[in-house]
Each structure stands twice: as C-alpha cells, then as structure tokens.
Write a protein that binds this ligand. Structure first.
Ligand code: GRF
Length: 192
C-alpha cells in the first residue's frame, strides 16, 4: 500500500456519478490538519452529477467525460491523473465499472464505498434486497477495488440495524450517515 512520506498529503482523485455527499464529506476530512490526503481532482462520467458543484465550492479541478467509449475515456483519465500526480483514487457513488487495465495501473490504490455488508449484496439495490430478505442488519463497506465487482479486500465495515418500519429509502439514509463516518476512518486506517 502507498505509505506517506514526510508531511505531504497524498494527492487523491474522487470519482462520482451523483449527489456527492461522500465526496463532500471526504473534502471536509481532507482539510483537517492531520488528514493523510488532499483532494485534487473530481471526476464524473456525467455533467448531471450534483456533486460536481463541490468542485467550484472548494476550488478543486474537475473532469467530466462519459464512458461511451470506455477505452478512450480511461486513457484520458489516466493521462490527467499522471499530469496531476494523483496517487490515490476514492470511488464515491461512481456508477461505471473500471477496466482491468485501468485498475492494474493503480493497483492497490483505488478504494470504494459500498452500501452493504460485503460480500452480501454486491451491485445495485442493496437496501431493497436486505429488506426483502428480512435481514436484521444492513451496513456499509469500504474495500479495495479489484477487477471483480465489489469483491476486493475489505478495509472497514459498519453495521446498521434495520427496523420493522424501514423501507429502502429510510434505510439508505441511515446507512449513508454511517458511510460518512466509515470512509474517513478507512482512509486513516490505510495511511496512519
Ligand atoms: C452511497 O450509498 C455509496 O455507498 C454508493 O452510492 C451512494 C452514493 O452517495 N456507492 P453520494 O453520491 O456519495 O451521496
């Protein structure tokens, strides 16, 4: 894993596709004096991602490119990451699947947050599945990204109790509150 050298913060890119509440939370975390990371680039595969507004708000470079031709898009992203000396990538609600080749180039330096207790419920609709299966707990996981979807080594997990009144929306809200604590904690665990 990447180790911090001296007092320099590790230059990080965050990849998003939507609201960006995890992105906002990671930006706040990055501003703390003892945070191991700085966020220097936001990438989105769509200009519609609400989270892109944090680029202006916090004066962080952004790059948008659709994944219509994934090979070309990934080559462009890799170029940019190189140019900006980015050493670490956090996926935060990023809805595209990165290629094996891309992941290999950033081997062990891409992490993701997923709204379930992996290996349970990989992919989409995690909260709906947990409720349908009458699970008593749901949760979230921060894990390394490998070529196999939602299957890399777990860094940290947090359980969230499911109440009888919960529906997928209320559960998603509860889990998201925990995600905002878990993601910074996982990053601290990696670098400190
Ligand atoms: C989060 O629940 C995250 O775990 C999942 O997508 C959602 C993104 O939320 N991968 P936000 O865009 O960070 O608000």
């Amino acid at each position: 894993m990447v180790k911090l050298t001296g007092l320099k913060k590790i230059k990080t890119a965050v990849f998003i596709s939507g609201t960006g509440s995890n992105l906002k939370n990671l930006i706040k975390f990055s501003k703390i004096k003892n945070s191991p990371m700085s966020i220097d680039l936001i990438f989105s595969n769509t200009s519609k991602a609400k989270g892109l507004r944090f680029s202006n708000q916090f004066n962080i470079k952004k790059y948008i490119s659709s994944f219509k031709d994934p090979k070309i898009t990934e080559a462009k992203i890799l170029n940019l990451l190189n140019r900006e000396a980015i050493k670490f990538i956090c996926l935060a609600g990023f809805m595209k699947i990165l290629s094996k080749n891309f992941i290999k180039k950033f081997n062990g330096k891409i992490i993701n947050i997923h709204p379930s207790l992996l290996p349970k419920y990989k992919g989409l609709d995690t909260h709906k599945k947990a409720i349908q299966n009458k699970d008593e707990v749901a949760g979230c996981t921060v894990h390394y990204v490998t070529a196999k979807l939602d299957s890399g080594k777990v860094i940290l997990q947090k359980e969230v109790k499911i109440s009888k009144k919960d529906n997928p929306t209320s559960l998603a809200k509860k889990v998201l509150r925990q995600e905002h604590k878990l993601y910074p904690a996982a990053i601290k665990k990696i670098f400190n």
